[in-house]
Design a protein around this ligand. Sequence first.
Ligand SMILES: *Cc1c(COP(=O)(O)O)cnc(C)c1O
Length: 397
Amino acid sequence: MKDNARKSWSKRTRAVHSGTRRSQYGELSEAMFLTQGFVYDSAEAAEARFIEAGPDEFIYARYGNPTVAMFEDRIAALEGAEAAFATASGMAAVNGALVSMLRAGDHVVSSRALFGSCLYILEDVLTRYGVEVTFVDGTDLDAWRAAMRPDTKAVFFESLSNPTLEMIDIEAVSAIAHEVGATVICDNVFSTPVFGDAIGQGADVVVYSATKHIDGQGRCLGGVILGTEQFIRKTVEPYLKHTGGAMSPFNAWVMLKSLETVDLRCRAQAASAQAIAEALEGAAGLTRVIYPGLASHPQHDLARRQLEEPGTVIALEVAGGQAAAFRVLNALEIIKISNNLGDAKSIVTHPTTTTHQRLTDEQRAELGITPGLIRLSVGLEDPADLIADLKGALALA
Ligand SMILES: *Cc1c(COP(=O)(O)O)cnc(C)c1O
């Protein structure tokens, strides 16, 4: 029995109810169907299902599973997408969205400010199979225009980049891409499923690492690709179901239940991020505070237009380079040194020596990733405690 969630319901309500499938027991909390396979009533039923499976008919967990389907339907309802395919990780989603639709000879345009693993797929993997990739400064609309060609099949960007929080104008870039018929694929992790409306603003495909805000409590890896029914069923699904990138039912159950609180968590984290950014801007020991919610952010107006709230991540540049940045990290008491983000626990990362270590000095300089830069993912702690922790660490450093 599937819950008949309505389109008119607000995002918060959809995040609690959409996609629920109840078994014959009428359980209130969604069941975890920890099963690889499914039993058929007869040989004829098995044959029929392999010819065409209905929406509540499953064959094998690599193709689909009831708990995974609940997560897919719920996140699709939340995002306003026709369909979704859940994956084992965010990178399986990025790889699946790109590789499933591209072939040798195709051209892709991508913004340069990318998460290291995304850069690896575009720079190393796709090119190995004969796909040509052009990288542009994602904030420069003329650069996007100049890079488009008649054979451009896909456009890829992170709507809010990691770790320097550059924003891509989704509406403008999508309009440019659609002029040549390219599919717009938006990695929307930093915008969260709560604050953005990437599909409404023109993106064709939205990708999330569910590992981040969707789980939000640091437990499971996961990802999801959202798009039209046609794109998900005819392009993404055949590729992923045969190449093994499926999400596990256990992880899907964790992600599904986490969607019930994702709105509350993201809003609380963004409110704290705004308070922390305001408290730290101009503080002694810091040369820059980067947060799209600050008037000093070069794309503050775009952030207000494109996002309900400007995200949960702040970038801080410490005066005194890497040594000073390390002293700040080591002096923090509440905020943990780790490379995840979107978690209930506040987390700091030093991108130069960890997440962006693979890049050359020139590449990092071009992206604004300086040795003094720290990425702060704001969690659910009391923001006053976080501000005190950060100010204390800055004073010691
Ligand atoms: C973390 C992240 C990914 C990858 O997600 P995983 O779940 O770690 O595979 C992709 N894109 C962005 C922007 C990310 O922050």
